[in-house]
Design a protein around this ligand. Sequence first.
Ligand code: F6R
Length: 250
Amino acid sequence: MEIKSIEEYHEMSLVASKMIIDRVKKYPNIKLGLATGGTPEGTYQQLIKDYHENRTSYQGITTFNLDEYIGLAEEDSNSYHYYMDNHLFDHIDINKENTFIPKGDNLNPAEECERYELLLQEKGGVDLQILGIGSNGHIGFNEPGSSFKSRTHLVELTPATREANARFFPSIEDVPKQAITMGIATIMKSKEILLLISGDSKKEAVKRLLSGKVSEDFPASILNQHPNVTILIDQAAAGSMGTYPMLLMK
Ligand code: F6R
């Protein structure tokens, strides 16, 4: 696990985007796992900026998103499908046929989970997975208590997660109660993982993650057992864990 503490969010986004661009240039058919939420927005902005300036091409890549809310159709402005179009896909030369996100409006979520997991396997899995982290330690929407053996599955979102995400919705009542998420075992199959952590609401999560204790109560802790993880932490999230510049190797 390589942990880099970075002074502030903008710089974190730059470092993350450079890492992604580097991989995409080296492996033009790379399969990327993508996250949504506030944290990767800056990274996606940097990818778009680089695309305009340097024309890095995404034509050959395939993407798989971590998760999607149940009940939201693709065109719903709160769906993660809409988020991806809006924050990235509509602004680069990606072939949308090669972008995959669970379908939140499939009336049979169990079937959708199975379809998505099989699709991931058929395509050979994710090469580089981008992750954010919930303040409760969730990765994807694998809430505390999720089995480390889980594959793509239907989850009940915790009140804490619904509250944290209410900022993107008109009101908390509008935040869906369920989602489809890649499972922990699905995420752990990725060849490489890049975890982005920003903001002081993540301070406790950083402490627990870096304590090295692995437990299903804190889903992100499993990353301590992945052979190829880079974690970028901004100063607000690192808190008392370290002052800039800090570079820890675990
Ligand atoms: C999003 C996802 C979530 C978020 C996490 C952090 O696709 O899987 O695990 O990464 O909830 O969200 P932000 O970045 O909004 O704090």
